[in-house]
Unconditional design. Structure first.
Length: 77
């Protein structure tokens, strides 16, 4: 049985996060920090590795950090 999480490029993940209201905060090495910029919502931070292809498990952790469901995230791709 395959994973429901797709393998995506970091640029695709960043694009979807931006559509969800996240903005670039900083970068250290190959990992970029994005924070949500939506008023009246709890502050959330997502760390995105800036590699060619992001592993499925890593995507799952990014979505947990961002407090986004997989369906909501995929609708923003």
């Amino acid at each position: 049985m395959g994973s429901k999480y797709p393998s995506l490029k970091s640029s695709e993940i960043v694009s979807a996060l931006k559509k969800a209201g996240f903005v670039f905060k900083s970068q250290k090495g190959s990992h970029a920090k994005y924070v949500n910029n939506t008023p009246n919502l709890p502050k959330r931070t997502a760390i995105v590795p800036m590699h060619d292809l992001v592993a499925k498990g890593t995507l799952q952790r990014i979505l947990e950090q961002a407090d986004l469901s997989l369906d909501d995230f995929l609708s923003k791709l």
